[in-house]
Ligand binder design. Structure first.
Ligand SMILES: [Fe+2]
Length: 411
């Protein structure tokens, strides 16, 4: 691709756009076409699909709708790479994405180049409304960068050869910080994104909530503490579990975090390695997080408690994604980075919520059923992507993301 002139009012947007597009390509660099085609389970997508779908998003919502004369790379791709946008018509079934041995990885790279060149040509003449869609497209692609890494981890975890996506330094011999409790604010506070700056529609409007007296832990639950939960029979004690969670533990025969392989090792993006006992536990479901909290005599924080506690923390600080390569939660982090933190709050609309106009209104609002909010950021979240008001969400059984927890309790 040509060097990009990044002058004028959209210069910063252009540099972030093309840096984001490049990072996605760089993430795919270590993969073979076969690696990039596997779909490890229906909720995860092949790497190749992520590369194409993020391009389809720009092609559809920016280029088709706002760049007169734009010619799609391939008219058939809309069917293949539309994820869930009903307004954009029928699409290939999600659980069958792993069947797409064609187009090849190289063809998808050409698709990306086609879209990037059109974006570069078009950007200077886009309307403010179209530039907002470019901003949404950047944030969308960053979300898929995280999914790209978690889906590759899930893909390689299926392979008895235990392939490594890349190399990571061995664990440093940190001890976890002692657990302490901070008094949260009591009374009326405000949560949600303010009007200025980018945020997803689900983060707005900013509004008032009431916080009861509570305390929140200074750090996340560690792997060592999770080991203690296992040794204490946590996975075999039905009274610790929500009914649906207990059914899930029985049905799926869950007895440890998703990628723990034996007493001492776990599977990571750097292959199998020793569990770092001081690091925050990761790859646990909402059900597991909730059961652990009950076992520990505590509970999960509400979204509002977490957000108010984190409101003075810098979301750009912490173990987050800075460039292509493997990532892993590490000991000693703050509110952002390492693992997303489960809250006890359902992903539901805020008072006065209105979905974004047009087809992108399907982005968040239609998923406000049966999902729980996660706050913070993980080691796979591109730095700069998250903020205190950010509302990640997954169903309560999901655990292939970098998901952990921080305890809270009533005071
Ligand atoms: Fe998407």
């Amino acid at each position: 691709m040509a060097t990009h002139a990044r002058q004028g009012p959209c210069g910063d947007l252009a540099s972030r756009l093309f840096a984001t597009r490049k990072l996605t390509l760089d993430l795919a660099a270590p993969l073979s076409d076969a690696d990039a085609t596997v779909q490890p389970f229906p909720d995860a997508s092949p790497a190749k699909w992520h590369l194409a779908h993020t391009s389809w998003f720009f092609e559809t919502f920016v280029l088709r709708d706002h760049a007169p004369g734009y010619r799609p790379f391939d008219d058939r791709y809309a069917f293949l790479f539309n994820s869930y946008y009903e307004a954009e018509g029928p699409r290939h079934a999600r659980p069958r994405r792993g069947m797409l041995s064609r187009p090849s990885l190289d063809e998808i790279r050409s698709y990306r180049a086609h879209v990037d060149e059109a974006l570069e040509r078009t950007l200077p003449s886009l309307s403010p409304a179209a530039l907002e869609l470019v901003e949404l497209g950047i944030n969308h692609e960053q979300q898929h960068q995280e999914l790209f890494l978690t889906d590759i981890l899930a893909t390689f975890a299926e392979n008895p050869l235990e392939p490594a996506y890349g190399e990571l330094a061995p664990p440093a011999c940190f001890a976890a910080e002692p657990l302490s409790w901070h008094a949260g604010r009591e009374g009326i506070v405000e949560i949600g994104a303010a009007d200025a700056g980018f945020a997803f529609d689900s983060e707005r409007p900013r509004h008032r909530v009431f916080l009861s007296a509570h305390e929140i832990a200074n750090r996340r639950v560690s792997n060592r503490e999770w080991r203690q939960f296992i040794d204490a029979g946590g996975y075999r004690t039905p009274t610790l579990w929500l009914s649906e969670g207990w059914d899930w533990v029985q049905r799926e025969q869950v007895s440890a975090p998703l990628y723990w392989r034996d007493e001492a090792t776990e599977f990571t993006l750097a292959g199998r390695r020793e569990i770092d006992w001081a690091a925050p536990v990761s790859h646990v479901s909402f059900y597991e997080a909730d059961a652990f909290a009950r076992w520990a005599g505590a509970r999960l924080p509400t979204e509002a408690e977490w957000e108010d506690f984190a409101s003075s923390a810098d979301p750009a600080i912490g173990n987050q994604l800075d460039g292509a390569g493997p990532v892993l939660p590490r000991p000693g982090g703050g509110m952002f980075g390492d693992v997303w933190e489960w809250t006890q709050s359902a992903f539901a609309s805020y008072p006065g919520f209105a979905p974004a106009a047009g087809a992108v209104g399907e982005y968040n609002g239609k998923f406000m059923s049966g999902q729980f909010v996660l706050k913070g950021a993980s080691c796979a979240t591109p730095r700069g992507h998250s903020r205190a008001s950010y509302r990640n969400f997954f169903p309560p059984h999901a655990r292939w993301q970098f998901t952990g927890l921080r305890l809270a309790r009533d005071a």
